[in-house]
Design a protein around this ligand. Structure first.
Ligand SMILES: [Zn+2]
Length: 237
């Protein structure tokens, strides 16, 4: 059951969960606000709580707005792109053969047909990124499922606007943001472990945190780093 608290311009999504305390979150990249409350919390109480935290919410949103963001990419020569947390320079090569991407020491080589426009170059690049991420996710899921003693039904890689990953506890499906391919592998691993752990405990309660503490002890650092890294340019149409 979800409710919305509207405070002027500010919209707060309320979710009631099996938790003890009210919890407020401001999410990157756009500063969306959500509030989790114990199951029997009345909306007026949640609303009063949100009002009491209004200046804190504004402060978090300002911080997010100031975070460095990536510029939109044109997919032209010498442009920098990130893969696994490392910066590479793009090299655009015209080809009559297969449109593809190869990675060498310092460069990402993007092979495209002569006259390919920006969206075609981006598409070839994006498909390659997705394939890279897919391979890493496969091996990492295979590594962690037996450790955690669970099994996901399926996982999906997709462009996501506000989250690095999500888990549907009922269908046991995991979704991961394709932007993750730009991040260091240990941070991606944290996101995978986090979402897999939701198959055991769907919410962020003490039990969930205990699982992370046990299996991925430096999850706090990973989460912090992930939220501090420059966010991808978002152009969702
Ligand atoms: Zn979570």
């Amino acid at each position: 059951m979800k409710d919305i608290i509207q405070l002027g311009e500010l919209k707060i999504e309320v979710t009631r969960k099996d938790i003890k305390n009210v919890h407020l979150s401001v999410h990157p990249p756009d500063g969306r606000v959500s509030l989790s409350a114990p199951l029997n919390t009345r909306l007026e109480v949640a609303r009063a709580y949100a009002i009491s935290k209004l200046s804190w919410i504004r402060l978090q949103q300002e911080k997010l707005a100031k975070q460095p963001r990536e510029k939109p990419r044109e997919f032209v020569k010498r442009e920098s792109h990130y893969v696994w947390g490392r910066r590479y320079l793009l090299n655009v090569v015209h080809t009559d053969g297969k449109q593809q991407v190869t990675l060498d020491h310092k460069k990402i080589n993007l092979f495209v047909k002569l006259g390919s426009n920006k969206s075609k170059r981006e598409e070839v690049f994006y498909e390659w990124q997705k394939k890279q991420l897919h391979e890493y996710v496969l091996e990492t899921v295979a590594k962690w499922e037996p450790i955690l003693g669970i099994k996901a039904n399926a996982y999906f890689l997709q462009r996501m606007k506000t989250k690095w990953g999500s888990c549907n506890h009922k269908s046991r499906n995991i979704r991961l943001n394709t932007e993750l391919v730009k991040k260091p592998k240990d941070l991606i691993e944290y996101v995978i472990v986090h979402e897999l752990a939701h198959l055991i405990v769907p919410v962020h309660n003490e039990k969930f945190i205990a699982i992370l503490d046990k299996f991925y002890p430096n999850w706090r650092e990973a989460r912090m780093e992930l939220n501090e890294l420059p966010l991808g340019h978002v152009d969702w149409k």
